[in-house]
Design a protein around this ligand. Structure first.
Ligand code: SAH
Ligand code: DHB
Ligand code: MG
Length: 247
C-alpha cells in the first residue's frame, strides 16, 4: 500500500533526501504521532471537531494528544472501569476518550473551574453523545472533591489528574481516598521537558509534580511508575499508580 502523501514526504525528510529537512526532534515526534494516528486509526471526526471547536472558542491547546487520549481510553478499557473521575476538563477532549471506554451504566465525573471551558465541554459531550455518562462539576476542584468525600460517593475505578499543577499532590491525596483498591490514578504533565529535575523550588507547577511523585513513593500499598512521552505535545510524561497493590 502506498503511504499517504503527507507521510511519504515525512519519510523522505527523515531519509535526508529532502533539502528542507529540519532534523529537529519536535518535528520528528509530531510526524511519528501523525503516522501513528493515520495507521492505527486514532481519533475520528467527532474528536477533530472537539479540537476545532476549542480553537474557535479560544481555549488553550493543552488537551492530551490523540495518541495520549487513546492510551487513557485503553487503560480505562483494560481495567474495566465503570466509574471515572477527571480533575481538569478544559473542552472535554480527554473526557470523551475516557467516557468512550465506559459501559452503558458507567459514569464519569469531571471537575472544571472555568465557566467558559465548562460550557464548551458540555456542548462537546452532547456532540459526542456522551452527556448521559458525564457529570461536569463546575468550580474549584478542591471544593468539589471535598463535597464528594463528605457525600461518600461510590468509589472510582480510574482517576485522571490534569488541572492546576501546583495542587497535584493535594488532588492525589484526595483521589486515594475516593478510589477503590485496585483503582488506577494517572497524573498528567509531570515531566515538562525535564523540569521535574529542577530542585530550585522556584516553579510551583513543577513543585506540585515533584511532591506528587514523593507522595506516590511513600504511600503504602501503592504501585507506581512514570512514563516519559514525546510527541506532538513535546516532551512530558504521565505518573501512573495502582492503589492498594503490591509494589
Ligand atoms: N484534561 C484536559 C485538559 C485540562 S487543561 C484534556 O486533556 O483534554 C487544565 C484544566 O484545568 C483547565 O481547563 C483549567 O481551567 C482547569 N483548572 C485549573 N485550575 C483548576 C481548579 N482549581 N479546579 C478545577 N479545574 C481547574
Ligand atoms: C498545560 C496544562 C496541561 O494539562 C497540559 O497537558 C499541557 C500544558 C499548561 O498549563 O501549560
Ligand atoms: Mg495535561
Amino acid at each position: 500500500m502506498k503511504p499517504p502523501a503527507r507521510l511519504e514526504s515525512t519519510w523522505a525528510r527523515r531519509r535526508g533526501d529532502d533539502k528542507d529537512m529540519s532534523g529537529d526532534p519536535q518535528s520528528t515526534w509530531a510526524a511519528v504521532d501523525a503516522l501513528a494516528e493515520e495507521r492505527l486509526g486514532v481519533g475520528d471526526a467527532v474528536l477533530d471537531e472537539v479540537t476545532a471547536r476549542g480553537t474557535r472558542a479560544g481555549l488553550p491547546a493543552i488537551a492530551v494528544s490523540p495518541c495520549q487520549g487513546k492510551l487513557l481510553h485503553l487503560l480505562a478499557r483494560v481495567s474495566g472501569a465503570k466509574r471515572v473521575l477527571e480533575v481538569g476538563t478544559l473542552g472535554g477532549y480527554s473526557t470523551i476518550w475516557l467516557a468512550r471506554a465506559l459501559p452503558a451504566d458507567g459514569k464519569l465525573v469531571t471537575l472544571e473551574i472555568d465557566p467558559h471551558h465548562a460550557q464548551i465541554a458540555r456542548e462537546n459531550f452532547a456532540l459526542a453523545k456522551l452527556d448521559h455518562l458525564v457529570e461536569l462539576r463546575e468550580g474549584p476542584a478542591l471544593k468539589s472533591l471535598g463535597e464528594m468525600e463528605r457525600a461518600e460517593v461510590e468509589a472510582f475505578d480510574l482517576v485522571f489528574i490534569d488541572a492546576d499543577k501546583p495542587n497535584n499532590a493535594r488532588y492525589f491525596e484526595i483521589a486515594l481516598r475516593l478510589a477503590r483498591p485496585g483503582a488506577i490514578i494517572i497524573v498528567d504533565n509531570v515531566v515538562r521537558e525535564g523540569a521535574l529535575l529542577d530542585d530550585s523550588g522556584t516553579n510551583p507547577s513543577n513543585e506540585g509534580s515533584r511532591r506528587v511523585l514523593r507522595l506516590m513513593g511513600k504511600t503504602p500499598g501503592l504501585a507506581a511508575t512514570l512514563v516519559q512521552t514525546v510527541g506532538v505535545k513535546g516532551y512530558d510524561g504521565f505518573a501512573i499508580a495502582v492503589v492498594g497493590a503490591a509494589k
